[in-house]
Design a protein around this ligand. Structure first.
Ligand SMILES: [Zn+2]
Length: 457
């Protein structure tokens, strides 16, 4: 464990460095700009919401409707039901909602806005939805790579968390994670970690939307001595955040192999009591499949079904080793599944049956997983990897085409999180969670197909 110990010390150092980095937010933004110079996120809820709160309502002309922001001239990829792509389009926003989407030539005279943003030579896209993250783990980025999940978790991550994770650590990590997500086009993410109340405070402050799950484990964790304490913390956390405009609190039992049947039932009971999601890692590795089989003589999904804890408010992370029978249960119970191709590949966990899930009509979203197993939170990389992985494992280059991948990263993810009526596409009445991406860099020229650029270029 001596090698491990020096790594924990390194984590403490990283923590101090990152605290400094987060405090010096301007220089952090500069650093990120260098990396994401190709991507210009002009508008996300992060920018829109505080801005709109400050806008004094202009006096509208007689024939014009009032808007707060008009974004015009870009290629608007709506992801609506007809998958409309509007060349030289316009999105009109009032407050935090979209009030019109269409060709700029049709809408330009209809609105008078406090601010107009030119999106010329840019793609306007719904904000990306990262369905699986452990945001504060950005501070463990690179602490232990190139090993299998169980070794990685048990020898490095769980001990490093026990030693380092505090409310301050979680706050600094979430701050850095939100910065990274905003700079790479993510406007909504799902999380599971400790001191989730701090994750929620920091995420809310950053203006990022979050479905945030408090982790529950069957053994002592950084914020609770036992699952009973964790459940009490979770209930207080839910009571504080339910009804928030940006934060959806959730219950997050880590996995079927790290929690007792009683705890899993209590978690589902709590989620149902408050009408919030329950997020859980399921069938991530062969090791998990073996452990569950040895203990319960069945699969993780069938074990959870037997416990009566599955339903439409449950989100499965990974599902790499789901069987055909498991998939039948998932479909019947109306669950959503998050697919995390980079994490699954890096830990050599396997390739999830994404094509089969989609064929069965199971909602699938894309995620990065925590930065310690990725090692970043970039959803553009997740899209590119998801497409290429399914083609490779199926031997079919037509598998998971670019348009479908963009759907998984936007509307599909929103559906998994139960937010598809509010976000995931650019349509009148929905939240104005959107991003713009420059088409000017060399690697984006010429542009024959916008989905192709977003996923492959
Ligand atoms: Zn995870």
């Amino acid at each position: 464990m001596s090698a491990g110990r020096s790594r924990y010390d390194q984590a403490a150092k990283t923590q101090r460095i990152t605290k400094f980095l987060v405090a010096a937010r301007e220089s952090a933004i500069d650093l990120n700009l260098k990396r994401f110079v190709f991507l210009r996120v002009l508008v996300s809820s992060w920018l829109t919401l505080p801005f709109c709160a400050l806008v004094a309502g202009p006096t509208p002309a007689q024939t014009q409707e009032r808007a707060d922001i008009l974004i015009s001239g870009g290629t608007v990829v709506t992801m609506d039901s007809s998958r409309r792509i509007i060349d030289k389009g316009m999105v009109a926003i009032r407050g935090d909602r979209i009030i019109a989407v269409g060709p700029a030539s049709e809408l330009a005279g209809r609105f008078q806005a406090a601010q107009e943003i030119s999106a010329a030579n840019q793609i306007v896209l719904p904000g990306l939805v990262n369905t699986h993250n452990h945001a504060p783990m950005v501070l463990f980025r690179g602490i232990a790579d190139d090993m299998a999940l169980m070794d990685w978790l048990e020898k490095f991550i769980f001990p490093a968390e026990a030693r380092n994770v505090s409310p301050e650590f979680v706050q600094a990590g979430t701050d850095l994670a939100c910065l990274e997500m905003i700079r790479s086009g993510t406007t909504t993410y799902a999380d599971m970690y400790y001191f989730e109340d701090k994750v929620a405070e920091t995420t809310n402050q950053a203006g990022v939307r979050g479905v945030l799950g408090q982790t529950i484990l069957g053994f002592p964790s950084p914020d609770s001595r036992n699952p009973e304490e964790a459940l009490k913390y979770t209930e207080r956390f839910i009571q504080r955040w339910r009804g928030s405009s940006l934060i959806v609190p959730a219950v997050a039992p880590h996995a079927p192999y790290t929690n007792s049947p009683e705890t899993l039932r209590a978690c589902k009971g709590l989620a149902d009591k408050y009408g919030v999601p329950m997020i859980i890692h399921v069938s991530e590795t062969r090791d998990e499949v073996r452990q569950i089989k040895a203990k319960y003589k069945t699969t993780s999904t069938q074990w959870l079904e037997k416990l009566g804890v599955l339903g439409p408010n449950v989100i499965f992370n990974h599902g790499v080793w789901l069987t055909e029978e498991d998939l039948g249960i998932i479909r019947r119970r109306g669950l959503g599944v998050t697919h995390n191709p980079e994490s699954n590949m890096k830990l050599a966990s396997g390739s999830a049956p994404v094509l089969r899930m989609l064929a069965l009509g199971i909602p699938v979203g894309l995620g990065t997983d925590g930065a310690a197993s990725n090692n970043d939170l970039d959803m553009f990389e997740a899209m590119s990897t998801a497409a290429r992985l399914q083609k490779l494992v199926s031997g079919n280059p037509a598998a998971l085409p670019a348009e479908k991948v963009v759907e998984l990263a936007t509307l599909g993810g929103a559906r998994v999180l139960g937010l598809h009526k509010e976000i995931g596409s650019l349509e009148t009445g929905k939240k104005a969670d959107l991003i713009t991406i420059s088409t000017e860099p060399a690697h984006a020229v010429p542009m024959y197909n916008v989905y192709s650029h977003l996923v492959y270029a």
